[in-house]
Design a protein around this ligand. Structure first.
Ligand SMILES: Cc1ncc(COP(=O)(O)O)c(C=O)c1O
Length: 377
C-alpha cells in the first residue's frame, strides 16, 4: 500500500539512502508456499549448498544451544585462531563478519564516504553499489568485457584500472563474480594489484572460492604480505552450507583489520555461527563431497541447457546464468508456478538471463524438466 504514497521521511533520510533500492533476495520457500499454495518447492535461487553443512557443524550448534543466554565471544578468538592456521596468517589478519556482506559493508564504512569513489565492474555483485551508495561515496562502474578480449560479462581489469583516480579508495573485485560466474587468473589479478596505488584498497571477494577448480585460479589470501592494501573476503554461506547462520570473514594486513574492527558492531557474529564455522572448517571431507556434487551438477545442468540450445555463461561457481533470449521475468514466473525458484538478474543489467544454483542431481533434473516445459523445448 505505502509504495504509492510519497515517503514523508525522504527529506530526513541520509543522502546515500535516497538513491538506493533494497537488495532483492531469492524468494524464500515459505513465501512461494504461501503465495501460490505450492507444496515442496525447489529453491535454486540463492547459491546455497544443496547438501547443507557438515554434520559436525550441526552437532556443534546443538551443543551450544545451552549457552544462548550468553553473549558470543565478540573477538571470535577461537575461530580467528583456526582461520589464521587454515590460511597460515596471523589471527590479527582475520576480521569476522555477519556474512561476508557485513565485511563488505565494514570496508565501505571504514574507507569510503562523501567525496571518495569506489570502482567495480558492470554486472558485479549487487552489494558493492549498495554499500558504496549507502556511505555517500561515488560508484565508478567499468564496462565488462564484451567478449573480444576476455570472457563476455567478466570483469575487465584494464577498464577498472582506468577508472582509478585521486578520489578512489576501494576497488571491489569478485572472483569469481556473481551472477556471471566469470573468473580472473593469478596472472591477471597479480598484474592488476601490482599496478594499483597502495592508497587504494583492493577487495577480492572470494565467496565461491571453494568451488573453483581451475588451475590458474588464485588464492589471493596468499598475497597479503606482498600487497598490504589487499582485503580478501570469504564466506561460510556457500560451500560450507551455513548461509542461515550468517558468517564470513576478511583476511588483510593486521593494520587494515584494526581499522575494520573499529567499525565492527560488538558481537556481530553470533555464538552458533562461530561454533558451526569452526566445526565446518575442520571437516574438509564434507567440503570435498560438496565440491564433487557441484562438479557433477554443473555438468548435468550445462548438458541440459545445451540440449535445449540455450546459451549460458561458463561459470566456475555453484550456479550458472542462462541467456533465455527473451525477458527472463516471464519464464521465472512460469517456473514459480511449477514450484521452481530460480533468480532473474535484471537488476544486474541482464534482463534476458536467469541464474540457477546447482542442486542435487534430482533437483537439477527437476529444474531442467520445468524449464523445458516452460520454453517448450
Ligand atoms: C560474490 C558474493 N560475495 C558475497 C556474498 C555474500 O554472502 P554472505 O553474506 O552470505 O557471506 C555473496 C552472496 O551471494 C556473493 O555472491
Amino acid at each position: 500500500m505505502t509504495e504509492h504514497i510519497e515517503n514523508l521521511f525522504l527529506h530526513v533520510a541520509a543522502p546515500g539512502i535516497l538513491g538506493l533500492k533494497p537488495y532483492v533476495p531469492g524468494k524464500p520457500i515459505s513465501e512461494l508456499e504461501r503465495e501460490l499454495g505450492i507444496r515442496d518447492p525447489l529453491k535454486l535461487a540463492s547459491n546455497e549448498n544443496p547438501l547443507g553443512p557438515s554434520p559436525g557443524a550441526l552437532a556443534a550448534v546443538a551443543e551450544a544451544m545451552g549457552e544462548l543466554a550468553r553473549y558470543p565471544d565478540g573477538g571470535g578468538f577461537q575461530l580467528r585462531g583456526a582461520l589464521g592456521e587454515h590460511h597460515q596468517v596471523d589471527p590479527a589478519a582475520v576480521t569476522l563478519g555477519n556474512g561476508s556482506n557485513d565485511v563488505l559493508d565494514l570496508v565501505a564504512r571504514t574507507f569510503l564516504g562523501p567525496g571518495t569513489e569506489a570502482v567495480f565492474s558492470e554486472h558485479a555483485f549487487a552489494v558493492y553499489p549498495i554499500c558504496t551508495q549507502l556511505v555517500g561515496a561515488r560508484a565508478r562502474v567499468a564496462p565488462a568485457h564484451d567478449g573480444s578480449a576476455g570472457p563476455r560479462y567478466g570483469h575487465d581489469l584494464r577498464a577498472m584500472r582506468a577508472l582509478v583516480g585521486e578520489g578512489t579508495r576501494v576497488v571491489f573485485i569478485a572472483n569469481p563474480n556473481n551472477p556471471t560466474g566469470t573468473w580472473l587468473s593469478s596472472d591477471q589479478l597479480l598484474e592488476f594489484l601490482e599496478g594499483l596505488p597502495q592508497r587504494v584498497i583492493a577487495v577480492v571477494d572470494e565467496a565461491y572460492f571453494e568451488y573453483v577448480e581451475e588451475p590458474a585460479y588464485p588464492d589471493a589470501g596468499r598475497w597479503l604480505e606482498r600487497f598490504p592494501h589487499l582485503i580478501v573476503t570469504r564466506t561460510f554461506s556457500k560451500a560450507y552450507g551455513l548461509a542461515a547462520l550468517r558468517i564470513g570473514y576478511a583476511l588483510s594486513h593486521p593494520q587494515v583489520a584494526d581499522l575494520l574492527n573499529r567499525a565492527r558492531h560488538p558481537f556481530n557474529v553470533n555464538a552458533l555461527a562461530q561454533v558451526a564455522a569452526l566445526a565446518a572448517l575442520g571437516d574438509q571431507e564434507h567440503l570435498e563431497r560438496c565440491r564433487a556434487v557441484n562438479r557433477q551438477g554443473m555438468a548435468q545442468l550445462t548438458a541440459g541447457l545445451e540440449e535445449m540450445e540455450l546459451e549460458y555463461i561458463p561459470s566456475v561457481g555453484n550456479f550458472v546464468t542462462v541467456d533465455l533470449g527473451r525477458p527472463a521475468a516471464e519464464v521465472d514466473q512460469a517456473l514459480l508456478r511449477q514450484g521452481v525458484i530460480a533468480r532473474t538478474v535484471d537488476g544486474y543489467g541482464m534482463p534476458n538471463h536467469l541464474r540457477v544454483t546447482i542442486g542435487r542431481p534430482e533437483e537439477n533434473a527437476r529444474f531442467l524438466a520445468a524449464l523445458r516445459q516452460v520454453l517448450r523445448r
